[in-house]
Ligand binder design. Sequence first.
Ligand SMILES: [Cu+2]
Length: 450
Amino acid sequence: MRATMVSVAALGAGGAASLAPSRARAAPSKGPVTRYPLYIPPATSAASLTLAEAPAVVDLGGAQYSNVLAYNGFFPGPSIVARRGDSASIHLVNGLSQETITHWHGMLVDERNDGGPMYAIPPGASYDYAFTIDQRACLNWYHPHPHMLTGEQVNLGLAGAFIVRDDVEDALGLPYGAHEVPLIIRDATLDKAGNLAYKPRHGGFDGQIPLVNGTQNPYLAVDSGLYRFRVLNGANARIFGLALSNGAPFTLIGNDGGLLESQVDLSRIDIAPAERLDLLLSFAGLSVGESVMLRDLREGWDLLEFRVVATGTGTIPALGLPAITRLSDPVTTRTFSFDGMSKINGQEYDMNRIDFQVPFGQTERWHFTTKGNAPHPVHVHGASFQVESRTGGRGTTYPWEQGWKDTVLLEDGEAVDVLIRFDAFRGKYLIHCHKLEHEDMGMMANFEVV
Ligand SMILES: [Cu+2]
């Protein structure tokens, strides 16, 4: 039976001054919102994994069933958990009616294992990945990457977490088990039958409701102790302005490329599509029966309610986080202009064109700029980078942009400089806008590390 639901409140008053809130609005709330337990996808090893992309029916919470596209029937897909040094052996099966391929976003793998659009497979076909995991502990993720179909396939449900662990992280004694929680935050639009519906605008999909781990109006039962939240913005196009309803800070300890050099307390973090956050939160200030809401200040959405149901232990520790070697002395500067909704440096994507070559092992400065139609979350395959500066627009870099990144937000009027060095593999990789509608329209380029 379908539960009677009221829509999430759309207060609409929040929002960063630098960005207009999206136009889509949920209907005003007419009463108390019924909340459902946050879904936690099952964890799986990468050692011998079959991942089948296929249509499925899932419960968005409270027996609200939706048709989705899913990895192994799960929405989000299973959380792949691996350690540095592990071998991944993944058999991808295309059970869709379209071509597809899966990209391991943030994983440093060779071209054949990167899941770029030129490796897309037809319906009914399969693809075997085999790679060694050799990079810092971090939260990465996986999603389809076929040319012109990525936005639809991701929006209809195909995405999952890919967590890498290592000895450095282990030594910190961070919360684990039920106290380490992946949060894949995105927006969605449901049709009249309650099914996920992909209705893109050219500017970017603008969903009417938020989902966390595929759950509508979720809550998480917590104890009054210490938690580690592994946050991914899994939206096609939406930026979230994360904050807690009681104004308490998050303790940020990591981002796309793993742990930062120092922890920092922040009462608000803006996270663009494909960016990740590693957050510590202690509920020690709350009593059993109390709750606090994770909110999106841009749309005025309530994302996830933390309900304290038991007493716990642990407050925010002072961590000895690992030092990060700075990239320096770039040999050359390359400029990438993200223009309109489909072009980089005046060109739309051509799968058969290599736009530039990058020498292996050479540190370069990449200068990202735009003539408009931002936000453009810029993503590079094949290497992580370090954000050097942002000029124009917001005119600064943020604590969550320190350390190693693979995606950085470029707003209108901004130029962002990053330092990058490809020292893992030679081969063909991609740079693209991770607003998936821009990517699908061609805001993407091939390059080759030589
Ligand atoms: Cu873009």
